[in-house]
Ligand binder design. Structure first.
Ligand code: PLP
Length: 859
């Protein structure tokens, strides 16, 4: 276990064996005969169409462009270059290719009035870009050749890139997959988000096993993937006062103004020249220094206002359900939605159409409630700036927005909103007045109201998003059903069921198959005798693999790919922690944000249960046990005490278990720090089984379950979220399900509350494990009590209810793994049936059900 914090690792690229070699570019001799303009390879039609290894006629162009960037953009010399420099130059060279495509795409879509969709997300968890750009352009082999000719290896350079970690987890990664799918299907979709100075914190493990947080200075080195747009700026107002002028119109003035500056990130489609845009906003002080206070000698006050403006986009908030009501968070949300809407409106105005046609050219998807302020903001623009009457304005708004609900139901205190956004609070109250016309009983009205009564009153953002949008969706069948039956029920009665629908989440097969698992992708292409582009663009083509599930030769190759990926992971673990892993063991993986509802606690207590069972065996019995390695990764919100205790328990249990000579060959356990997209790309292809074990009804969808299955990993899970739909596709006999079902959960919680049964009676197996932990068997007697008490007392997440069936399911997994041929067949079937979970399908659902936009391929 790594436990020592090495400060030199802070801010370094993750997942990298760290070294720094300075060397000379080799193999490059400028081709003096070649004249004329430089030809940028702009994506390789041949590779996309035929799946052939690229011919290397472009390689001299590639080495030339890389060297050009070394000498000009980086102003460095070819005999003094380290891998970081070579990465920068290679990235800039690839960026040149993207830029040409990106410009042409914008030109193409601007050439005639086109309806566009905008995806507003507070998080975009992009991961690394270089590998993905090369893959989508079809230039990977050529760049690999070119970089080799220059004396470096492309693989090493890829490792130099720091993840763009502008997200917490699933919601942000979903947004990133959706951008990839939109561009790949030639749909005119832009993303809008924030350019945080610091992404999600870097996770370190302290000497006592607890999580420590360090800032993520991802912009410390130049970011070659963004284009600053100092010409695209908007003034954003906060505070001040709003005065009604006539009727529903008002003038909002005074307060503080800050500047929103655009940064563009190019989003290349796969096997197409279409390249979309992700626009991220940075906040800046509007006028730099306040010269009056500066002259008066009050330097601190002068810089204060500029600091407070810059602070708006300085950090991504780790989502921490306990810290609602932070003023800066609300400021972020308004800053981002106001800048995005101003930008969207400006683009619409270039079309020279009447404002009433706005929804004919613009659809805006709200990714969860974070961008809900866009609704009153568009009302404000229409009423106060465009002179649109109230009813017409509300009609435009409710035809423009679409709302995706994910999880929580946040609310903002009315006094805070009133202070920060006085005009928007007025508009919300005006909507409430109009809302009173809704028929129905008073209790229902109170539940549906935008305002929750109390001291203080609160604005319910989900209700606002619901009534202000054309359609509302959940992210998996079960989740959408629950929405319609519970929190949105009154709205379903009022608006009708057709406003509420489901779009099951998806993942992009480019990153989550071809990029993270090139061996598997190649095996599939060879077996189906198809170019990769065929199934990477139409994932349902994987069904063709079913024909081969009984072919022993194919099974052997399938197993060999899994083995290589396990060895790749083992190598990573050895380099980063020094531990040597038995790659013949079953690899069991749970990687996701740390949260009580995701029940990593159930997993670690299950591991301890296994350990105690192994200890109780005779040496002969132990010899018959199949070895197993368990991997955990995930960050806990810094203020989430219970989740952080779970990490500490995992790390300390690992220290004991991995050192026990009696068992260490058959059970080991790793907590890999600093979970990220890049780490997921190493872990997922190596997994035999992965765990998705949320309390039924709590995981809206989950998307890592889809990633594992696409890579031939089997699933151990509860009947929750998208697990259900995965089982529908691959067949229940290929999934390991356990635990109570959603309808039982509410009753069980009620019983725990009002008729508690001591844990020794309820679940003796779990009680034994808890007692061992409590007694200090894994160090730190007493430290884990608050965590253990959540189970002993309320047990809100129902560990005592599901533990026995969980242990039973683990046993079934062990037994199934004994029959390796049958296991491989399950694995093949699982991959083969993952077509539904491509984000291409999800984006088509949105494009057709909501946005009404069409594909438009660059000529
Ligand atoms: C896919 C992904 C997630 C979402 O994982 P779940 O298990 O569905 O919660 C979170 N973080 C990263 C880095 C991911 O790639």
């Amino acid at each position: 276990m790594t436990s020592i914090i090495d400060p030199s690792t802070i801010g370094k690229p993750q997942n990298t064996a760290r070294r720094r070699h300075v060397r000379t570019l080799t193999g490059y001799t400028p081709d003096t005969d070649e004249k004329g303009k430089e030809k940028w390879p702009r994506g390789d039609e041949k590779v996309w169409k035929d799946g052939l290894r690229g011919v290397d006629k472009d390689v001299p162009d590639i080495t030339r462009s890389v060297v050009h960037h070394v000498q000009t953009s980086l102003a460095r010399q070819a005999y003094n270059l380290d891998e970081a420099g070579a990465y920068q130059a290679a990235a800039l060279s690839v960026r040149d290719n993207l830029l040409v495509n990106w410009n042409e795409t914008q030109l193409h879509f601007n050439s005639k009035p086109t309806k566009r969709a905008y995806y507003l997300s507070l998080e975009f968890l992009m991961g690394r870009t270089l590998d993905n750009a090369l893959l989508n352009l079809g230039l990977k082999n050529k760049y690999a050749d070119g970089i080799t000719k220059l004396g470096f290896s492309l693989e090493d350079l890829l490792e130099q890139e720091r993840d763009a970690a502008l997200g917490n987890g699933g919601l942000g990664r979903l947004a990133a997959c959706y951008l990839d799918s939109s561009a790949s299907q030639e749909l005119p979709v832009w993303g809008y988000g924030l350019r945080y100075q610091y992404g999600i914190f870097q996770q370190l493990i302290g000497p006592d096993g607890s999580q420590l947080e360090a800032p993520d200075p991802w912009l410390q080195h130049d970011n070659p993937w963004e284009l600053p747009r100092s010409d695209v700026t908007y003034d954003i107002r906060f505070y001040g006062h709003s005065e009604r002028v006539d009727g529903m119109k008002a003038v909002w003035s005074g307060g503080q103004e800050v500047l929103a500056v655009a940064y563009d990130v190019m989003i290349p489609g796969y096997a197409t020249k279409n390249t979309n845009n992700l626009r991220l906003w940075e906040s800046k002080p509007k006028r730099g220094f306040d010269l009056n206070s500066f002259n008066a000698g009050d330097y601190e006050r002068a810089v204060e206002s500029s600091n407070s403006a810059a602070a708006i986009t300085s950090v991504l908030y780790p989502n921490d359900h306990t810290t609602f009501g932070k003023e800066l968070r609300l400021k972020q949300q308004y800053f981002w939605t106001a800048a995005s809407l101003a930008d969207i409106l400006r683009r619409f105005k270039n079309l020279d159409k009447p404002i009433s046609e706005f929804p004919e050219y613009v659809s805006i998807q709200l990714n969860d409630t974070h961008p809900t302020l866009a609704i009153p903001e568009l009302m404000r623009i229409l009423l106060d700036e465009e002179d649109v009457p109230w009813d017409a304005a509300w009609d435009i708004v409710t035809r423009t927005f679409f709302f995706t609900n994910h999880t929580v139901l946040p609310k903002w205190p009315v006094p805070l909103m009133q202070h920060l956004l006085p005009r928007h609070m007025q508009i919300i109250f005006d909507i409430v007045t109009v809302e009173k016309k809704f028929p129905g009983d008073r209790e229902k009205l109170a539940r549906m109201s935008l305002i929750e009564e109390g001291f203080p009153q609160n604005v319910r953002m989900a209700n606002l998003a619901c009534i202000g949008s054309r359609k509302v969706n959940g992210v998996a069948e079960l989740h959408s059903d629950l929405l319609r039956a519970t929190i949105m029920k009154d709205f379903v009665d009022f608006f009708g069921i057709s406003k509420f629908f489901n779009v099951t989440n998806g993942i992009t097969p480019r990153r989550w198959l071809d990029q993270c698992n090139p061996l598997l992708s190649q095996l599939i292409a060879d077996t189906l005798k198809l170019p990769k582009a065929t199934f990477l663009k139409d994932l349902t083509r994987l069904e063709g693999l079913l024909k081969f599930e009984d072919d022993p030769n194919f099974q052997k190759k399938w197993a060999a790919v899994k083995q290589s990926n396990k060895e790749r992971l083992a190598h990573y673990v050895q380099v980063t922690t020094g531990h040597i892993i038995n790659t013949k063991a079953m690899f069991d993986v749970q990687i996701k944000r740390l949260h009580e509802y995701k029940r990593q606690t159930l997993n670690i207590l299950g591991v301890i249960h296994r350990y105690l069972a192994l200890k109780a065996m005779t040496p002969e019995e132990r010899k018959k046990v199949n070895p197993k390695v368990v991997f955990f990764a995930g960050k806990a919100a810094p203020g989430y005490y219970i989740a952080k205790l779970t990490i500490r328990l995992i790390v300390n249990a690992a220290r004991i278990i991995n050192e026990d000579p009696e068992t260490k060959d058959i059970l080991s356990l790793f907590f890999l720090p600093d979970y990220s997209v890049s780490l997921a790309e190493i872990l997922i292809p190596a997994s035999d089984i992965s765990q998705h074990i949320s309390t039924a009804g709590t995981e809206a969808s989950g998307t890592s379950n889809m990633k594992f299955c696409l890579n031939g990993g089997l699933l151990l899970g509860t009947v929750d979220g998208a697990n259900i739909e995965i089982a529908e596709e691959v067949g229940e006999q290929n999934v390991f399900f356990f635990g109570h079902l959603t309808p039982a959960v509410e009753d069980l919680r009620y019983q725990h509350m009002y008729h508690p049964v001591p844990i020794e009676q309820k679940c003796p197996g779990l009680a034994k494990v808890i007692n061992e932990v409590s007694a200090g068997r894994f160090g730190d007697a007493g430290v884990y009590e608050p965590l253990l008490n959540t189970i002993r007392q309320n047990d809100y997440y129902l560990l005592t209810e599901d533990f026995d069936s969980y242990i039973q399911a683990l046993k079934l997994v062990d037994e199934a793994y004994q029959d390796r041929t049958e296991w491989i067949k399950k694995s093949i079937r699982t991959t083969a049936k993952m077509g539904k979970f491509s984000s291409d399908r999800a984006i088509q659902d949105y494009a057709q059900e909501c946005w009404n936009i069409e594909s438009n391929k660059l000529p």
